[in-house]
Write a protein that binds this ligand. Structure first.
Ligand SMILES: Nc1ncnc2c1ncn2[C@@H]1O[C@H](COP(=O)(O)OP(=O)(O)OP(=O)(O)O)[C@@H](O)[C@H]1O
Ligand SMILES: [Mg+2]
Length: 166
């Protein structure tokens, strides 16, 4: 099986004035479809740097990143935004939910950006993400703050990926 994610000799340097910081030093890794992976390491070892690269939020200063057969390590910001919209689901540590939008609308929003029309948009989250949202104990009409109060916890599942599994 060809890997869904293939990174080869990936590195990321930061320049801070005179100082050059090598945040990620030549990481090589394959991840196949449906594989679950935990990236562990001490503080400062480069986990967030690697996640930012894997999530196409940042580009490497060296090496290659192939996502689903496409080299994404040299793409422009606009092209990376399209890849993020189509290929990647990210649950951020700080959630990054829109506080005034309902849980359902938060889940639906990436589909708006990808140009999917209203009816399909509403059907799609209804069959996938809203089930997940409901399973967390919050109502889909709730805003994140209200859902948090109702469920007694943060609705992290609202950040879950909504595209149909391939
Ligand atoms: N924007 C930046 N500019 C300069 N140096 C940075 C930047 N981001 C990260 N670094 C440095 O790169 C190294 C790796 O940082 P990173 O945040 O990836 O580590 P981490 O493993 O996520 O740490 P933590 O467990 O504390 O979250 C650290 O030395 C950090 O100081
Ligand atoms: Mg980190």
């Amino acid at each position: 099986m060809s890997p869904l994610i293939r990174i080869q000799d990936l590195s990321r340097e930061y320049q801070m004035g005179e100082e050059r910081i090598l945040a990620l030093r030549g990481v090589t890794l394959d991840i196949v479809r449906n594989e679950y992976l935990a990236i562990m390491g001490p503080s400062g070892s480069g986990k967030s740097t690697l996640m930012n690269l894997l999530g196409c939020l940042d580009t490497p200063t060296g090496g290659e990143y192939w996502l689903n057969g496409q080299e994404v390590s040299r793409l422009s910001d606009d092209a990376l935004a399209r890849v993020r919209n189509q290929e990647i689901g990210f649950v951020f540590q700080t959630f990054n939910l829109l506080p005034r939008a309902t849980a359902l609308h938060n889940v639906e929003l990436p589909l708006v950006y990808s140009g999917i029309r209203g009816r399909e948009r509403r059907e799609r989250p209804t069959t996938t993400a809203t089930q997940t949202v409901t399973a967390t104990g919050c109502r889909t009409a709730s805003t994140p703050a209200r859902a948090r109060r109702q469920a007694g916890r943060t609705p992290t599942a609202t950040g879950a990926r909504m595209h149909r599994p391939s």
